[in-house]
Design a protein around this ligand. Structure first.
Ligand code: S3P
Length: 452
């Protein structure tokens, strides 16, 4: 049985007054999953501070316990992981349930695939529909057996060989999760596993591997290629990991503050890894008043405080090459584009069709329902901003939290309320969103959940 989703709960956002104050957003999701997983294969006790505490990371924590690691919460955002060593996973007794977590499941396929055990991966109905092939292909080349009822979809069982083979893998599409899954498999593989990235993607895995003492080398080619080499079967040393705020969550607050007249907001301690700042760069090009202060390094990652003031925006053409550094931020950008003067063109974003929902289709439908002119191409979106009356529509979130939050922001900034059909995915991924925005002056109305 897939894990059950909670009954849908509609939520309405109404035009809001200025958002003012200083806030923090929850810890970065990508680093949270990776820190738990690396802690579980290090020898000794890792402490993590600032962990994102949503259902996704809970699923990763529960999975790691099932593989034999000890994972405990000792305070708000503070977690301790006692690892079992590279290659030390036990065979779990039951199906491992990754719930709704695409990131948890994909990274774990790599981490678990190179262990000489069998493990069955399951998830909710939405995760069961998401393609896993791009992670499974390189794992098969390393010698991992995959048994799936439906091609390359969950539920599936992995059976790791006694010894996985090191491979040289040129990642066919820009994907940090594919890269990371292969590197995680490489941890328990004798010899050197090599990843070639024609288009670099977020490098949190590489940074954390370096911190945990892995034998990893990174080389930058003249043509922009990135080559990562990892020598496996080396012990990892436990770490103290501090996780900065998630820029993909901050994105919604930044866009809301830019759009709602009179707003002035500071979001503290946000991750500013250059592979994650494409949205900020784009919003500044659009005329957004965004300043970064208090730049510092936390846990080997660039961090800063983001200061945003309400601004008049103008449409821009977002270069396709920028996509990897803002891949999760296009929904937020599409909302900013709806209020900007002129047309914003986002190209080279076919990958958005493979996220929690087909985000190009979800955005086009939601914008259209709220009076915004939008053109959806196979791999692009063009949004014409500045309609006289924006809002007033009902939005199908397709169980996609970033679609849900984006259209709530549209409702706060628009001229008429917006109702999303289901806010429960937001509770899974960014549970603090509503309270955080209400604390800054936003208004939401929640309908009673429909009977199951
Ligand atoms: C992630 C990488 C991106 C991103 C996802 C998290 C990661 O996915 O969309 O939310 O943690 O590495 P892909 O690697 O599939 O592009």
């Amino acid at each position: 049985m897939p894990s059950a989703a909670p009954p849908p709960a509609a939520l309405t956002a109404r035009t809001a007054g200025p958002l003012r104050g200083r806030v923090r957003v929850p810890g970065d999701k990508s680093i949270s999953h990776r820190a738990l997983m690396l802690g579980a294969v290090a020898i000794g006790e890792t402490t993590i501070e600032g962990l994102l505490e949503g259902a996704d990371t809970q699923a990763t924590a529960a999975a790691l316990r099932a593989f034999g690691a000890s994972v405990t919460r000792t305070g708000a955002g503070i977690w301790k992981v006692r690892g079992v060593g590279v290659g030390g996973f036990l065979e779990p007794e039951d199906v491992i349930d990754y719930g709704n977590s695409g990131t948890g499941a994909r990274l774990a396929l790599g981490l678990v695939g190179s262990q000489a055990i069998s493990a069955t991966f399951g998830g909710d109905a939405s995760l069961r529909n998401r393609p896993m092939g791009r992670v499974l292909d390189p794992l098969r080349r390393m010698g991992v057996q995959v048994l799936a009822r439906s091609k390359d979809r969950l539920p599936l069982t992995l059976k790791g060989p006694d010894i996985t083979l090191p491979i040289e893998y040129r990642v066919p599409v820009p994907s940090a999760r594919v890269k990371s899954a292969v590197l995680f498999a490489g941890l328990n593989t004798p010899g050197v596993t090599t990843i070639i990235e024609p288009t670099p993607t977020r490098d949190h895995t590489e940074r954390l591997l370096q911190a945990f003492g892995a034998a990893i080398e990174i080389e930058l080619g003249a043509d922009g290629e990135r080559v990562v080499r990892l020598e496996g079967r080396r012990d990892l040393k436990p770490q103290q990991v501090a996780i900065p705020g998630d820029p993909s969550s901050a994105a919604f607050l930044i866009v809301a503050a830019l759009l709602i007249e009179g707003s002035e907001l500071t979001i503290e301690a946000v991750l500013l890894n250059p592979m994650r700042t494409g949205l900020i760069e784009t919003l500044i090009e659009m005329g957004g008043d965004i300043e970064i202060g208090n730049r510092r390094t936390i846990g080997g990652e660039a961090v800063g405080d983001i200061h945003v003031r309400a601004s008049r925006l103008r449409g821009v053409v977002v270069p396709a090459e920028r996509a990897p550094s803002m891949i999760d931020e296009y929904p937020a950008l599409a909302i900013a584009a709806a209020f900007a003067e002129g047309i914003t063109v986002m190209d080279g974003i076919g990958e958005l069709r493979l996220k929690e929902s087909d985000r190009l289709a979800s955005l086009a439908a939601g914008l259209g329902a709220n009076g915004v002119t939008v053109e959806e191409g196979p791999e692009s979106l063009a949004v014409t901003g500045g309609a006289v009356r924006i809002g007033g529509g009902d939005v199908a979130t397709r169980r996609d939290h970033r679609i849900g939050i984006s259209f709530l922001v549209l409702g706060l900034a628009g001229q008429a309320p917006v109702t999303i059909d289901d806010a429960t995915p937001i509770d899974i991924h960014f549970p603090e969103f509503q309270a955080l925005m209400s604390g800054l002056g936003a208004h939401f109305e929640r309908a009673e959940p429909a009977a199951a």
